[in-house]
Design a protein around this ligand. Sequence first.
Ligand code: NAD
Ligand code: IPM
Ligand code: MN
Length: 359
Amino acid sequence: MTHKILVLPGDGIGPEIVAEAIKVLNVFTAEGSLSVEMEYANIGGAGYDAEGSPYPASTQTLAKAADAILLGAVGGPQYDNLDRPLRPERGLLAIRSDLELFANLRPAILYEALASASTLKPEVVANLDLMIVRELTGGIYFGKPRGIDVMENGERKGYNTLVYSEPEIDRIARVAFETAMKRNKRLCSVDKANVLEVSELWREVVERVGKEYPAVELSHMYVDNAAMQLVRSPKQFDVMVTTNMFGDILSDAAAMLTGSIGMLPSASLNASACGLYEPIHGSAPDIAGQGAANPLATILSVAMLLRYSLNKGELAERIEVAVKKVLAEGIRTGDIYTEGCRKVGTAEMGDAVVAALQG
Ligand code: NAD
Ligand code: IPM
Ligand code: MN
C-alpha cells in the first residue's frame, strides 16, 4: 500500500529540519519496508510569499487528500507586521482547524544520555516519560468574539474568548483516557477551575468521561501548580490533559526537562487516521540558515507519523532506537551539547540517525 504524505517545510529552520526527517523516511523506502508518495506544499510565511496566503487553497486540497502531513515550523520576524489573517501562525491554526486535528499528543521523554543536558538535576528527570494531551482546535485560540476595538473614549481594548463546548471537552477527554489506558493509567487534568467557569465545566465533563475508565486514576490540578510541579517533580505525571493554551505553555516547559525544545515531537490527530506531525518548537529565526538546528524533534515526529497514521509501529521504534543510539554515542547539536560530546550540525545529526538505522 502506498501512503500519501504531504510535506510542509514552512519557515526559518523548518526546511532544514524537514530535510533530515525526509532522509530518515527515505531509508525505509529504499529498503522496501515502506511505500510513500510525497508531495511538497507551502504553509506559513512560505505560503504567503509564494501564493499570498499562509494556508493556500492548493495546500488545503493536498492536505485533505493526504494520509499524513509532516510540517516543519512557521513564522518569522519579517511577517510580524502583516495583517493578522495573513500571518504564518494563522496558516498553522487554519490547517489544524480545517482538518479537525483536535487531539495534540506531545510526549516528553528523557533519553538517558541527555540526563545531564537538562537544566534540572539528573535525578529529577531520569527516566521521565510523560505525555501531554493538548486540545488543539478550541479554547481561547479560536473563541469568539475576538478583536481590538476602539471604545467610546477613544482608547482601545483587546479581547479573546476562552470557550469550550461539552462535546469538545468530551472528545479530548476520551483521547486522554485511551492514552492513559495504554500507559501507566494515571491521568492528570489541568485547569483553572478555581477561577474560570469554562474550567468548571471542563472538570465536570472529564470526571463524567472518567466513569467509563475506572481503571484510570484521575486527578485534577490547577495550571499554576501544574507548572510548578512539572519542574519540581515531573515524574509524578503519566498523562496530562489540558486546554489549547495551557497545553502550549506546559509543553514548552516539559520540553526543557528532556534537554531541549529541539527534542519534542508531536502528533495532531482527528477522528480519522490522518494526522499532522511536527516538532513542538517554532521556526527559530535566531539560528535559521546556520545548519545548527536540532532535527531530532522532527525525526521523532516521523516516528509518530509512522505509528499513528501509517500503522508502522515497528518502523517508528527503529527510529526511536536509532536516536537513542546516536545520543549514546555522544553526537549532539548545540542545544543539547555538553562537555566531552561531539558537536554536529543539522545535516550531520540527520546523517548519524540514518547511519544508525542502516547499521
Ligand atoms: P522557537 O521555538 O522558534 O525558539 C525558541 C528558542 O528555542 C530559540 O532560541 C531557538 O533557537 C530554540 N530552538 C527552537 N527549536 C530548536 C531546534 N530544533 N534546535 C535548536 N534550538 C531550537 O520559539 P520563538 O522564538 O518564540 O518563535 C519563533 C517563531 O516561531 C515565531 O514566529 C513563532 O510564532 C513561531 N512558532 C511556530 C511554531 C510552529 O510552527 N509550530 C511553534 C512555536 C513558535
Ligand atoms: C505550537 C505553536 C503554535 C501554537 C503557534 C505558532 C500558533 O506555539 O505549535 O506550539 O501556539 O499552537
Ligand atoms: Mn508552542
